[in-house]
Design a binder for this molecule. Sequence first.
Ligand SMILES: Nc1ncnc2c1ncn2[C@@H]1O[C@H](COP(=O)(O)OP(=O)(O)OP(=O)(O)O)[C@@H](O)[C@H]1O
Ligand SMILES: [Mg+2]
Length: 238
Amino acid sequence: MEKNLECYAVEFEAVSTYYYGERRPAIRDITLRIPAGVLALIVGPNGAGKTTLLETILGLLRPRNGRVVTLGYEIPRMASRARALSSYLPQDFMKPPAEPFTAREVVAMGLASNNPAGRLSEGDWKRVDRALEMLGMLEYADKPFGKLSGGQQQKVLLARAIAREPKLLLLDEPFSAIDQETRSHIVSEIFPSLLEDGCTILLVSHELDHSHIDADMIIRMADGRIERVIARDVHAIH
Ligand SMILES: Nc1ncnc2c1ncn2[C@@H]1O[C@H](COP(=O)(O)OP(=O)(O)OP(=O)(O)O)[C@@H](O)[C@H]1O
Ligand SMILES: [Mg+2]
């Protein structure tokens, strides 16, 4: 099966993922369907398996058991196809302070990976600047990435993820260094506009209070399992 025509962004069937040399699975026996076009919040304590879940979705970690389909592509067999349509902002993003690339170049790298020969068109550079502007980082575009503050770096990496215009956006604790004002702007302006364009957003958070996030689905994980899924009738909404 090359392409799955069902409208799920992510499908897991009895999936378990182990880290190399570990006897205990980091996520175990997970069955889950995330419809396309929703904002799904993934919550749970440290070690619950949230990051492992995201990395299994992209095939960065290989599931030992079960079936994973991302954007209609079998994982890991067709993972490169799924990854080309996705953006992933990992949890540990800090770059060494000597990073020589400017903020604009860092965002541009997000587009280069999908372009033949890594060359960017004029339109691509416009997308880069638009993404920087959305995050309020255009005025820092020419500054070396390593000389930005932690929160500013996180905004630039979020701009890079958005500039790719992904079908699937995976964000692992994207707000850890971001101030309240920017956070509300992202949640109330940027996320809705991405959802409107048909993007599916998976947002990992271990914040206890996530009432400010208008999630279509809340996936609560604990000890490598899904403890609870709360979903609203997403088809009625998007
Ligand atoms: N590289 C690794 N090697 C072995 N075990 C790992 C590795 N990374 C994570 N684990 C284990 O897998 C389990 C799930 O970890 P994971 O990083 O997915 O949790 P998490 O929910 O993202 O936690 P946090 O909120 O701290 O980011 C934990 O028990 C953890 O100890
Ligand atoms: Mg994590």
